[in-house]
Design a protein around this ligand. Structure first.
Ligand code: ADP
Ligand code: ADP
Length: 219
């Protein structure tokens, strides 16, 4: 589970990007954080990912303080960020350490199967379409079996049809695995499709009541 308590970030230039943001995400929840440009979504995500220091506040995953990129947090960015000199299976295996080769292979192919790409492991990033590459990025995040999967505008660079297919795929994956998801997006429709809890981040930091929460029910 993910705990954020009164998290604040003021950049060195004085911009208060996030102020007293609190959120608890329980295991198995699919939470979307939506808001317009500049409201602090990227900042919040970078704080959760441990890519940025907080000015104040508490961040924990499964009880561990998040101070640097944490192995229990899987990350998917807007761009797939695949390494072009590695095959698809090698890209997915990249973050796996300390496993023997058989176990590694099983984990990589289980992750590729979960995104429907288990026949593409020997291919190269340049052979992938945008949607396939993003599914590889999803497999690479899943292969480490994270407690929380963080998705930063994961589908916004894709065409509408591919985007909608990948959203459906993510929903099915969530229904099967009940993994904990935190999706950051400016797309309210995407939030409604993918999440069962939507947090609206308002662009006026400084007041805790700027955060509104809407609960949706999905079995
Ligand atoms: P969003 O992702 O919702 O567009 P950001 O978290 O990127 O919002 O930005 C929130 C605010 O913080 C904006 O005013 C933005 O200009 C500012 N900001 C973001 N990153 C930095 C930075 N590295 N230094 C200074 N200001 C920043
Ligand atoms: P993205 O939203 O693609 O993750 P960034 O987080 O780098 O991109 O930047 C988000 C916003 O923060 C942008 O509007 C950008 O202009 C602003 N920003 C980023 N770095 C700085 C900075 N050092 N000073 C002021 N604003 C910044």
């Amino acid at each position: 589970m993910l705990e954020l308590h009164r998290l604040s970030k003021t950049y060195p230039n004085g911009t208060a990007a996030l102020s007293n943001f609190s959120l608890e995400v329980r295991a198995g929840e699919a939470v979307a954080i939506v808001g317009g440009s500049g409201c602090g979504k990227s900042t919040l995500l970078r704080l959760i990912a441990g890519l940025e220091n907080a000015t104040s506040g508490i961040r924990r995953v499964d009880g561990d303080e998040i101070t640097e990129p944490h192995p229990k947090i899987g990350l998917v960015f807007q761009e797939p960020r695949l390494l072009p000199w590695l095959s698809i299976e090698e890209n997915v295996a990249f973050g796996l350490e300390g496993l023997d080769i058989t176990e590694k292979h099983q984990r990589v192919y289980a992750a590729l199967r979960s995104v429907g790409l288990d026949h593409q492991g020997k291919k190269w990033p340049r052979e992938m379409s945008g949607g396939m590459a993003q599914r590889v990025a999803l497999a690479r995040a899943l292969v480490v079996q994270p407690s929380v999967l963080l998705l930063d505008e994961p589908f916004s660079a894709l065409d509408a049809l591919t985007r909608s297919r990948l959203q459906d795929h993510l929903v099915r994956l969530w229904e099967e695995t009940r993994m904990t998801l935190v999706l950051v997006t400016h797309d309210i429709e995407e939030a409604l499709v993918v999440a069962n809890r939507v947090i609206v981040l308002k662009p006026h930091p400084g007041r805790i009541d700027d955060m509104q929460e809407v609960s949706l029910t999905r079995p």
